[in-house]
Write a protein that binds this ligand. Structure first.
Ligand SMILES: Nc1ncnc2c1ncn2[C@@H]1O[C@H](COP(=O)(O)OP(=O)(O)OP(=O)(O)O)[C@@H](O)[C@H]1O
Ligand SMILES: [Mg+2]
Length: 573
């Protein structure tokens, strides 16, 4: 983890710094206590064993026992405290991410695959969690023990301390090299395991196609190659460890050998006691053991660090649209939506070219055109999910740039191409926009669809399952449409939202919009003739250009493109 990530991780959740300091303090006490043991042994040897004073030896042993008991309590308290800090840290990060993601522009979710974002919330959180639970406490304890051991070695004997740490620069260089290699292989392993998983997934979810084309063999070969690469990367990782650990062991033994050599000279001179030598040897082990521990935890630390970086990359994403604009337009005006020479691009090519039209209050507009003509893009601009690249979209004469996000969300309802239901009952989903105000049964019977729900065993209280998976695609769409209607927004946009419905259900919904709100302005993107005939005016799109805007009769008599589209629908229906 680079310093930057480390510091930022702390700043992100300031409320944990106090518990973190507190738990580190406990851990520090623990490593202090650990350093007492060798001192007692040292005294036991010098003044007990060597002077045959067994009473004294017994006394020191008793002290040692007490220290161990104390150490047990302090160490377990420290582990618990650090673990708790880690867990609450991860919880708080997850909350922050969730909140932040919900505030981002729709744009962001189209650029980034849902799968990747879910991975941030799950696998990256998982690796942070693992680190919090297992890594953090051992890393902190290890660091503090190394620190304590270094101080203790110097307290015993400064000259020998310098001698024993003479080898440290070499250790530093070796560690640096190990880290560089470990980083590289870490990424390689992650990359290849990702490939292995996606290849497995493709092999399973595409099994019908694979078998239909008798492609099992080449699929397997492709998988085998990837799997072999993964093995190679893992072998490299094992090799790094296989070189580094023996090196650590050699440094440990060398520095112990150096200490014993010089200590024996000092003992014969009478400037060092045997007990002090034994204590030194203990402390040197206390120094090297956690180092080994740390390198074992290096991958945990590494993946927590990289997960943290990815979390930051999401948190760095600033919402633009939700903070831009603060006006609530005066809704008295009759000009509900105006596209003034609007051109739009998602980033590369221009997908809308100089689109110009206006929609008056209460109008029902249909948008038609071939696949990819730009219909959904117009809907997204009306929803203020995006701002136009050139020209202007106006709501009640107010530019979309100046209109507040809040106003747009409160006044424009939307039913997307894929209807989405939340887990819960049909009722929960229908009253989603305003749970306390909607008198559900009354309003449903007013618009004449209350009977529709009798098909369910539990009526309106039927559970729809995750993402609405327990109801049929058409029923899901019906509920999603009703939800938008019950939200009673001034403007309502349906993006092919009726494709899965039978004509009867569709009509009852469209009639419902009339009954409930006769001034409501609606924009319907549709492929179906009946829906289009219902509209007062039709926007005809082709290749991002507006090529007609009139009622059905007029378009049919003098718009060639519309005539073509119309005869195609006529044939299919
Ligand atoms: N998120 C996006 N990023 C980049 N280009 C996009 C994006 N969404 C749509 N496009 C492109 O913009 C053009 C218009 O797309 P749009 O979704 O508006 O078509 P559509 O008329 O709704 O088509 P369909 O009938 O298939 O739904 C297409 O060429 C499409 O490839
Ligand atoms: Mg579309």
């Amino acid at each position: 983890m680079s310093n930057n990530t480390f510091l930022r991780s702390f700043k992100l959740v300031p409320e944990i710094s106090r518990p973190f300091l507190w738990s580190s303090l406990i851990a520090l006490t623990g490593s202090g206590l650990r350093m007492v043991g060798p001192q007692l042994i040292s005294r036991g040897i010098d003044d007990g064993v060597l002077k045959s004073d067994y009473q004294y030896l017994l006394q020191q042993s008793f002290f040692y026992f007490i220290t161990l008991v104390l150490l047990y309590f302090v160490a377990s308290k420290a582990l618990l405290a650090i673990g708790l800090v880690g867990e609450s840290y991860v919880r708080s990060i997850r909350e922050k991410l969730f909140k932040h993601l919900a505030s981002l522009d729709i744009n962001y979710f189209e650029k980034n695959k849902t799968g990747v974002l879910v991975a941030r919330m799950t696998s990256d959180m998982q690796s942070l969690n693992e680190f919090a639970r297992e890594g953090a406490s051992s890393v902190i304890t290890a660091l503090l023990t190394i620190f304590g051991a270094t101080v203790a070695v110097f307290l015993v004997d400064v000259q020998l301390a310098f001698l024993s740490f003479l080898i440290l620069p070499l250790l530093g260089v070796a560690t640096k090299i190990f880290r560089n290699h470990a980083d590289k292989t870490y990424w390689a392993v992650r990359e290849w395991i990702g490939q292995v998983l996606s290849s497995l997934q493709e092999g399973i979810s595409g099994v019908r196609i694979i078998q239909a084309y008798a492609d099992e063999k080449s699929q397997f070969n492709r998988f085998k190659n990837i799997n072999d690469e993964h093995l190679k990367a893992n072998m490299q990782s094992a090799k790094n460890i296989a070189i580094y650990f023996p090196f650590l062991e050699i440094t440990r033994v060398t520095s112990i050998a150096v200490v014993i050599w010089f200590a024996s000279l000092r003992i014969s001179e009478g400037t060092l006691s045997v007990g002090e030598l034994v204590a030194l040897l203990f402390y040197l082990n206390y120094f090297f053991d956690p180092l080994i521990q740390l390198s074992f935890n290096y991958d945990l630390l590494r993946s927590a660090g990289s997960s943290m970086k990815k979390v930051f990359s999401i948190l760095d994403e600033e919402p633009v649209l939700s903070t831009m604009g603060s006006q609530s337009p005066n809704m008295e005006s009759n000009n509900v939506i105006e596209f003034e020479n609007v051109s739009f691009s998602y980033g590369r090519e221009t997908v809308l070219h100089n689109v110009d039209f206006s929609i008056m209050k209460g109008e029902k507009i249909a948008i038609v055109g071939e696949t990819g003509a730009g219909k959904s893009t117009i809907a997204k601009l009306i929803l203020r999910f995006y701002l136009s690249t050139e020209g202007d979209v106006k709501f009640y004469n107010e530019s979309a740039k100046d209109v507040s996000q809040r106003w747009a969300r409160k006044n424009i309802a939307y039913v997307p191409q894929e209807s989405f239901l939340f887990r819960g009952t049909i009722r929960d989903n229908l009253i989603y926009s305003n749970p306390t105000k909607i008198k559900l049964e009354q309003e449903l019977s007013e618009i004449g669809v209350l009977g529709w729900f009798e098909r369910y065993e539990n009526g309106l209280d039927q559970e729809v399952g995750e993402r609405g998976s327990n109801v049929s695609a058409g029923e899901r769409q019906f509920i999603a449409l009703l939800r938008a209607v019950l939200a009673k927004r001034e403007i309502i946009v349906f993006d092919e939202a009726t494709a899965n419905l039978d004509i009867e259900s569709e009509n009852s919904i469209l009639d419902a919009t009339d009954t409930l709100l006769d001034y409501q302005t609606s924009i319907v993107i549709a492929h179906r003739l009946e829906t289009i005939l219902n509209a007062e005016k039709i926007l005809v799109m082709r290749d991002g250009k507006l090529v007609g805007f009139d009622n059905h009769e007029n378009l049919l008599s003098d718009n060639e493109i519309y005539k073509d589209l119309f005869s195609a629908w006529n044939l299919s229906s």
